[in-house]
Write a protein that binds this ligand. Structure first.
Ligand code: ADP
Ligand code: MG
Length: 238
């Protein structure tokens, strides 16, 4: 079964093209990592999939349903980005519950999902704190937890680990891999860390120049880069 389909997605800001026809098919529960230099359109693509930005043309499908015109909350997609925007005046629990209340999820169900996600992410001791009382790493876990409780069909992670120190990044990386087994969902993760992409992803998408340069399994990208840009970018010997 296909999870996400992007068909010829195009976007310009004014006269400046940012995405020049992006087409991609994701498998069910697939984990795809996006690599590419800054400014290549990765975040814009994620924002389009999440519904925070409109494409100029093209189609976005999720599990057989066209979602381009749906509101962000109704798409079955959760976006976690690096400036994890938690509500500062709410506790961790309230931050996690907020989107679910808006979606009219019953209170008992909300409580159950928060308990489960908090255990998974080991933030169960932090539920009554406010974001200001948390470390950067803890805040990032809460942001991931807030995405998990939505039970999305697709997680979009935009450099979710880039603000963490090396030790915490390693730990969270392992947790992401485990989490993936537990929450059955597809994942797109933007990262600038190639090792991270290689270890976590089923397939890697390399972007440059407003376009996808190559899609393939990690070793395939490395062993058989599609062009000089990819070869140089992933540092393969070709
Ligand atoms: P990446 O995430 O790969 O670094 P982005 O998607 O953030 O790339 O940006 C792609 C291009 O679009 C960049 O040149 C950026 O300056 C431009 N851009 C992104 N958002 C906006 C915006 N809201 N208005 C104008 N230009 C934007
Ligand atoms: Mg970005």
């Amino acid at each position: 079964m296909t999870s996400l389909s992007l068909i010829d997605v195009r976007k310009s800001y004014g006269a400046t093209p940012v995405l020049d026809g992006v087409t991609l098919e994701m498998g069910d529960c697939e984990f795809i990592a996006f690599l590419g230099p800054s400014g290549s359109g990765k975040s814009t693509l994620l924002r389009i999939i999440a519904g925070l930005e409109m494409a100029d043309s093209g189609e976005v499908w999720l599990e057989g349903k066209r979602i381009d015109a749906l509101a962000p909350g109704g798409r079955g997609v959760a976006l976690v980005f690096q400036q994890y925007a938690l509500y500062p005046h709410m506790t961790v629990r309230e931050n996690m519950a907020f989107g679910l209340r808006n979606a009219k999820v019953p209170n008992t169900e909300i409580a159950a999902r928060i308990t489960q996600a908090a255990q998974t992410l080991e933030i169960d001791q932090l539920l009554d704190r406010k974001p200001g009382q948390l470390s950067g790493g803890q805040r990032q876990r809460v942001a991931i937890g807030r995405a998990i409780v939505k039970e999305p069909k697709l997680f979009l992670l935009d450099e979710p680990l880039s603000n963490l120190d090396a030790a915490l990044r390693n730990r969270t990386r392992v947790e992401l891999a485990q989490l993936r087994q537990r929450v059955r969902a597809a994942v797109i993760m933007v990262t600038h860390d190639q090792a991270e992409a290689m270890t976590l992803a089923d397939r890697i998408v390399v972007m440059n120049d407003r376009k996808i340069q190559q899609v393939g399994a990690p070793m395939e990208i490395y062993d058989r880069p599609a062009n000089r840009f990819v070869a140089r970018f992933v540092g393969s010997p070709a």
